[in-house]
Design a protein around this ligand. Structure first.
Ligand SMILES: [Zn+2]
Ligand SMILES: [Zn+2]
Length: 371
């Protein structure tokens, strides 16, 4: 998801900052926040934010758009932040800088496994009570045959000839200002320092195979449509024994025809006939906890709202519940027999102003139902 924070603030630079300054700030923050390096729980989120900010501010067109119109201008101009998984971060830096950021210590082949997304759908009532779901998904796991090394059993990977096993190449360029050394991930072995001549038949030398896995996912009460649950370390296996990625379970909450949800509050309607409304009636209405009986006094009006405090959705990771509001609708007969028409006409001729005059408290009651 795209951040709403100010991009300059995210990178900690001034609005008029030079290109080089923006680049420097990004490198510094990226080194500090990279999820392979940082232990901070929000590192991943902040990292994405920093990458997004850099993506926008490092390009003239997007930076101009952002300077003039802010986030809205960017979205309007069709900008969406790059979606990436953390398994390919080295590639990301290679794309930005033409080298990788972490030097020999974090070789591409030892990068963390990729994250994985799955989607599940639950009923609104399940979202209210919380539920469990068994979620199947295909995941890359370390190959059993070769133990993740990628070489066929009985053979071994050989040292990469291109980089001599270091996983990196250095390019030196000379100019009037001196020598510049640029270090780059070795393209032949993609940073592993080794090459596989006789690949494992089960994984084709990748060191990973795909397996169908099931996870029991606990969905907390009060979850909102579209929210994600992160399950740490259950994603794709990392290369060379590095840590696995995470699984993101996106929860879609189906709409329930009986209810409208607004935040933690629930709305429902109840249909009374004109005689129920006039004479009073006990009617069954749906709530998230099942059906309940509501008593409506004689003279109940269309548009009245009954407040059921604490009968809405639970507050996610909090306390208490929202409210349920029940809107009264009054059904007017659509077809009358001659007899019914005669009775209604007789009734109509017997009414006077008093029959329909409101109680003094009526509007007060109506107002209080809204909060
Ligand atoms: Zn294998
Ligand atoms: Zn190499």
């Amino acid at each position: 998801m795209a951040t709403t924070r100010d991009y300059y603030e995210v990178l900690g630079v001034a609005r008029g900052a030079e290109e080089a300054e923006i680049k420097r700030a990004f490198r510094g923050l990226a080194r500090e926040l990279h999820p392979d390096v940082s232990e901070a729980p929000d590192a991943q989120e902040r990292f994405r934010e920093v990458v997004e900010a850099y993506e926008v501010l490092s390009k003239r067109e997007t930076r101009e758009l952002y300077d003039r119109f802010g986030h809205t201008g960017l979205r309007g101009g069709g900008f969406t932040p790059t979606q990436f998984d953390f398994g390919s971060l080295n590639d990301l830096f290679a794309a930005f800088f033409g080298d990788d950021l972490f030097g020999v210590g974090a070789r591409a082949a030892r990068s963390r496994g990729a994250d994985l997304g799955v989607q599940i759908e639950i009923e609104l009532v399940e979202a209210a009570g919380g539920t469990k779901r068994e979620v199947p998904f295909p995941v890359a796991v370390t190959c059993v045959t070769c133990g993740g090394r990628g070489a066929a059993p009985g053979s071994s990977p050989v040292t990469c000839e291109t980089c001599g096993g270091s996983g990196r190449l250095q390019r030196v360029s000379r100019s009037a200002f001196g020598e510049f050394v640029r270090s780059q991930t070795c393209p032949a072995c993609r940073g592993a320092g080794q090459q596989i001549q006789d690949p494992c038949p089960d994984c084709n030398g990748d060191g990973r195979t795909v397996e169908e896995r099931k996870l029991e996912v606990e969905i907390p009460p009060g979850i909102h449509d579209g929210q994600q649950i992160r399950i740490s370390g259950e994603g794709h296996a990392g290369g060379g024994g590095a840590r696995a990625g995470d699984v993101y379970v996106e929860v879609r909450v189906k709409s329930d025809p009986r209810f409208v949800r607004e935040g933690n509050d629930i709305f429902a309607t109840v249909d009374l006939t004109i005689t129920d409304a006039a004479l009073g009636a006990t009617v069954t209405v749906p709530t998230l906890d099942g059906e309940t009986e509501l008593e409506f006094p004689p003279g109940t009006q269309a548009g009245e709202i009954r407040l059921l405090r604490g009968r809405g959705m639970p507050v996610l990771q909090g306390f208490g519940r929202g409210d349920q509001r029940v809107l009264v609708k009054v059904a007017v007969p659509r077809r009358l027999t001659d007899e019914q028409r005669r009775l209604l006409e007789q009734f109509a001729s017997s009414t006077d102003d008093e029959t329909y005059s409101a109680d003094e408290g009526f509007f007060e009651k109506l107002k209080s139902a809204f909060h």
